[in-house]
Design a protein around this ligand. Structure first.
Ligand code: NAD
Length: 358
């Protein structure tokens, strides 16, 4: 019996979460859902966007399927997604990118996996505001210790990269590679310029790679990696990256498979994990039964695989792939512009359930 925390999220979240839940339920596994609010819904109920009851539920159940959550721009609370990753120490962001026939894309047969470090780098949130007292002190200190001159009208973001976090993420990438019968890990960096941060990441990746002599290991500088992925994506399999490059390369890979509508991700820690679509809450489509539920269904596919329910995971992925390939019961984004023969979120979910029953 599995008890799984389900966060429907906001915007289009509840609609895609509803369709996903129905698809997973149709697999007939012993799953009960512990439904929890976050973001706007949680503020209405608990006065906070990230209530303790939600964190307790994930800590207890260990596995969470999550819809997108809106982050207010410029004011209000900080990203719930970032807070969740930090509070639960979810140090891995795992994103597989696979081409599905029937999705409009310039590329076919893409099969790439991004393993992104999720806890440090320029996303550590340690920032010094332009003109602030601490910022000016820091600028002064840097000049005093002869590290260089920073213009006084600068803002500063800190980029910490540790040996321990870099070793953990590269070990995860190699283990993933082995478990999934893949052959090669590519470490992506800019250590030629950032010797004391990316250099630490690269040294750790090299050290860990020596523990896996059965797997191929190679390195790419991030700018070259971008070009290589556009020119010859078939040469790569599993990529391991520090946080910022991982974020950027993930979107590049989403572009290769036809956009964010088919991209899912897992945030994995030692104690618990959260599975979610890569796209956001698309507020303009809220309540319109319009958007594609595929990314969240693919998040459920990843979750089932993680739970060891490999057969069910493959069944769900196959059913989704068939519906997308047939192109009859799919949402607007999977059709040519102006094609009126589109269905809604709910109907696409129902078509996938029908395939599961065949
Ligand atoms: P978005 O991904 O929500 O939407 C951008 C556009 O992509 C939409 O207008 C729509 O045209 C399309 N789109 C997105 N999902 C789709 C789907 N399932 N089917 C069809 N089309 C889809 O990006 P945004 O507008 O930049 O962000 C909206 C909100 O979501 C923001 O508050 C942002 O912070 C938040 N967000 C949350 C997460 C998360 O919860 N993990 C991730 C990204 C953005």
């Amino acid at each position: 019996m599995y008890k799984i925390t389900l966060i429907p999220g906001d915007g289009i979240g509840p609609e895609i979460a509803g369709a996903t839940r129905e698809c997973v339920d149709a697999l007939g596994l012993p799953i009960t859902w512990d439904i929890q609010d976050a973001g706007e819904e949680a503020i209405k109920k608990y006065g906070t966007p990230l209530p303790e009851v939600l964190l307790d539920s994930i800590k207890k159940n260990k596995v969470c399927l999550k819809g997108p959550i809106t982050t207010p721009i410029g004011k209000g609370y900080r990203s719930i997604n970032v807070s969740l990753r930090k509070s639960l120490n979810l140090y891995v962001c795992l994103r597989p990118f696979k081409s599905f026939q029937g999705v409009r894309s310039k590329y076919q047969n893409i099969d790439l996996v991004v393993v992104r470090e999720n806890s440090e780098d320029l996303y550590s949130g340690i920032e010094f505001e332009k003109g602030g007292e601490d910022t000016l002190k820091l600028i002064d200190f840097i000049e005093k210790v002869k590290k260089g001159k920073i213009l006084i009208d600068s803002g500063i973001s800190i980029k910490p990269i540790s040996t321990s976090a870099s070793e953990k993420i590269t070990r995860f990438a190699f283990e993933y590679c082995r478990k999934n019968n893949r052959k090669k890990v590519t470490a992506v960096h800019k250590a030629n310029i950032m010797k004391f941060s990316d250099g630490v990441f690269l040294e750790a990746a090299r050290r860990i790679s020596r523990e896996y002599p059965d797997l191929e290991y190679e390195e790419r500088i991030v700018d070259n990696m971008c070009m290589q992925l556009v020119q010859k994506p078939e040469k790569y399999e599993v990529m391991v990256l520090p946080n910022l490059y991982g974020d950027i390369i993930s979107d590049l890979c989403a572009g290769l498979i036809g956009g964010l509508g088919m991209a899912a991700g897992a945030n994995i820690g030692e104690d618990c994990s959260i599975f979610e679509p890569t796209h956001g809450s698309a507020p303009k489509y809220q309540g319109k039964n319009k958007v594609n539920p595929s990314a969240m269904i693919l998040a459920a596919v990843l979750m089932l695989e993680y739970l060891g329910e490999t057969k069910a995971s493959r069944r769900l992925e196959r059913a989704l792939a068939e519906v997308v390939k047939e192109g009859k019961s799919v949402t607007y984004d999977l059709k040519e512009e102006g094609d009126l023969l589109v269905v809604g979120t709910k109907e696409m979910g129902e078509a996938i359930i029908k395939k599961l029953k065949v």
